[in-house]
Structure formats: C-alpha cells, structure tokens
Design a protein around this ligand. Sequence first.
Ligand code: IRN
Ligand code: FE2
Length: 560
Amino acid sequence: MTQQPVHPAHSRVLVDHDGVQVPVTRVALTNGESFDRYCTTGPGSDPAVGLPALREPWVEARGDSAAYDGRSADPLDDGRGAARRGGTRQAWTGPRRAPRRATGAAVTQMAYARRGVVTEEMRYAAAREGCDVELVRSEVAAGRAIIPANLNHPEAEPMVIGRRFLVKINANIGNSAVTSSIDEEVEKLTWATTWGADTVMDLSTGDDIHTTREWILRNSAVPIGTVPIYQALEKVDGEADRLTWEVYRDTVVEQAEQGVDYMTVHAGVLLRHVPLTVDRVTGIVSRGGSIMAGWCLAHHEENFLYTHFDELCEIFAAYDVAFSLGDGLRPGSVADANDEAQLAELRTLGELTLRAWEHDVQVMVEGPGHVPLHLVEENVALQQDWCHGAPFYTLGPLATDVAPGYDHITSAIGAAAIAMHGTAMLCYVTPKEHLGLPDRDDVKTGVITYKLAAHAADVAKGHPGARAWDDALSRARFEFRWHDQFALSLDPPTAQSMHDETLPAEAAKTAHFCSMCGPKFCSMRISQDVRERFREKSREFVELGASVYVDPSAAATPVR
Ligand code: IRN
Ligand code: FE2
C-alpha cells in the first residue's frame, strides 16, 4: 500500500546525491517547474508485512554486530505475559529478524564519526539535508548532532538532528489504558509522517505495549522513540515503589532488541532536586519525572537511572540507542519557568551527557515545557553551555498558560522562538494538550503547526535553501497560480477547501483575485497593474533620454 499523497501534484521520487538515492516530495507546478521538499513519508507499507530493511546490508557489511537469540523472539512476551493474561492485540504477522547487537566495541554513529568513518547513514542523512557529509560526520563526532539509528530498526531512513541542520519535529502517539487499537496506532504513525513528522514517539501505556510497538517499528521509516519507564511501570502493575533497576534494564533491552532508536531517560531527577519543586505552582508535570521522584522519596534512595547510568550506556552502545535525557523537572507553567528545580536538573543532564559520550553513546537533551517568551533564549544558552552543545529537544514551550484548546498555538509561538535560538528538534503539542488523548485530526493539526514553527526558525536562522520554499509559494501567489499555491502549502487540502468555500469554479483557479478582497480591491492585482504601468513609464522616460527609472525586478525583460 503506497501512501496517498496529500495533493495530486505531489509525488515521492528518489533523487541522486553523489550516488546516494534519497526521497523527496516533488511538487509539480503548473508553470512547468517543480519544487522538491524534504520527505518523511517513507515508501509506504502493508501494515501486516512492514517496510523493506533499507539499512540491513549497511549494518551487516560493517561486521561489528551479530544476530542472537533475544527476548524479542516472542513478540507476545512483554515481560509479564500480557497476551496470556488475556491481552487482545494481534501478534506481529510480518517477517521476523533475530535481534542484533555489537560483538565488541560501540556500534554507534558517534563511535564511527569519532574514528573518522563515514557511514551510509551519514551519507543518507547528508543527502536529505543537501549538505556535505563531512558536516554531518563532524557534528555527530562532536556530539552536536545525532543520527538515531538502532541496528534493529533497519526500516528507518536515516536523518540527523542538530542545530546546524533543518529543525526537526517529533509527534507523540500511543494508546492509553482507555482508548485506541493497534490498527489505529499504525495509522496514526503513517498519518503523522504523511504531514511531516521527522520522528515519532510511541508513548503507549496499558496492555500489549510490546506488540503495539512491534507493529509501529516494522512500519516506520522514521526513528522511533519511547519512554521505557512507562512499560517498566506496567510490569510492576503501576506500583511505582516496586520499580527496580533490574525491571527497568530488562525493559530497555527488550525495546532495544525491537529497534527503538532513542529513549527518554529521566536520570536527572535526583533525590536532592525533589524538594526544590514543592513551592512550584504546578509541581512536577512530567509523567516520568513524577514516577522517579515518587520512587526516590519512597525509598529515600538516589534515582536508579542515575546510579546505573553507566550500565545503561553500555546497553545503548551495543544497539546504538540514543539518549533523550528527560526533563523530569520541566516547568508546567510560566510561573515555574527557569526555576532552580529545572536548572538543577539541567546541570545534572550536562554531567550525564559527558558520561554517555565516554561510551560513544549519542545524546540529545530534553527541555521545557512552559516558558514565557522573554525567558526562552536563556533556556537555549544554558542548555548549550551546560550540556556541551548536545542537541536540544524541547516540548513547545508554551509561551502562556491561558489557552487550553489552543495549546498547539501557544506552544508553537514558543517553539518557533526556541528553535530560532538553536533548538534542534521540537516535540509537538496538539490542541488536546492538557485536555485529552489526541485523535487523528489533532495529530494532523499538531504536526502542521510544528512544521510551520520549525520552518519559520529555519528561515530566521538563514538555513541554506530554507527560504526557497517561501519564495516558490509567494511567486505562485503573486502570479495567481492558485493550484500551485495549494500544492506548495503545508496543508494543501485545507488551503484549497478554504479557497473553494467561496470560489469553487475551476475558472477561479487562475482568477486574479479571491473572495477575501474581491476583484477590485485585490492588492496583488493592483500591484501587478502598478508594476506594468511603471514599466511603461520607464520606457517613456528612456525614450526621453532619462535613465532614472530602473526597475530591478524587470531585469529579465530589458527596456528597449
Ligand atoms: C520533549 C521534551 N521534553 C519532554 N519531551 C517529551 O515528553 C518526551 O520526548 C516524551 O515524548 C514526553 C515525555 O513525557 P514525560 O514522561 O516527561 O511527561
Ligand atoms: Fe503543560
């Protein structure tokens, strides 16, 4: 099943960059030109069969990992026998591969980059960005960028996250105990990447987490992230006090064997940080953060994610799982932004970043949350400084707390600002934030809203080529190529249906106005007339021997 393009003028084509074939979304324009956009959709799959294993030959050729008889051989074994206890999910039906892991040293993209090795994954990511592969290799080697690429997720099309590259966005999906089936989760994945999600996090809780994740991974061309503490908590029947390092470790291995590319680990929530949150307006709003804070207090012991961090690094290094160091103490209201709890955790995340790098494990660092605009820049400055340039991955942030129902917007305001200052990836927020589980429409709205925040930041940063997209759309708009304006937009069906509400006729698709201003008041049409008259006038002046009028935009039509 190939994915339906979102507009008839769109097609997924493979283009060649120095011998590497990478996908783009090609937008065919009515003036005979075309415009290529970064493509996240993947080649499309039958959900029951999964995607082809693009990276498998690359991983095998490196010869530093081997398949073994792992826990994941039985996809129904989620560690507590969900299926045997009456779980309802259908077991994975597609091809099964034995999990692989390193046979010796770290098999991470960072390890290769630091040794000066250019991998196929680096080549692929660079080709998609349209940049030199050496930029990708050197940024990964320095820890300023990551390529999330677990050995056991060969279906993924490699991509790079870092401030020197296009700003990326993540969409969260996942069932909670109360809603959604597997089909719906795979469908949400496909839906999110159709609209441009660069990575997807499966935040499922409840029964059958393992099986749901298997279906998602086998059908995902984008990196998949998870928060393993959620599944670990299911294994101890939701009783946080019963969590142990061993239960957590086994969960991480299970997920690494399945192919999870990056994992949120709330290892910066230390026992001594918890009292710093008591006077907050909104306390601890991170799910993972509150679980770990509760555990620390119940046992009066240091967070086991922190005390076992080096063992965790060894596991991550063997599969190439990247850390997403969780912001368990992120502010949940603008009142709590940049407070001592948040900053104390951030300092710890900086220390953990260095420890992970000692193991050649890739790291990004998660950030807030809720932050008023005037405190946004400081967030990036401190994170970059204290975390040694590791990529920042932020949740919005919401610039104000007052608009439930519109929090995709309050957060996109903060997201555009924080990305402009250097955040590498934005975690989307949907209109349902704080209110309920997002449905299909919310996922689309969240992704589109975050795509525009990310792109606005790319333009503001002067990212090479970013503005070309705006220029292509603006030219179409000025020339009244309505079909091209729709096709080039982030959400073509919405743009077109809004236009067609008042002017549905095909003739209106070339008309020199829309119903916003009507024919007489269309500034674009008037401005085209002005330009035309101006050219005529300058022609007259030239004939009179005067050369004062030079219309720079008329360079292509020399005045005779
Ligand atoms: C991103 C930045 N800060 C938090 N996030 C995302 O929030 C993270 O990647 C994951 O998707 C989710 C984790 O939520 P909790 O457990 O911290 O609430
Ligand atoms: Fe919030």
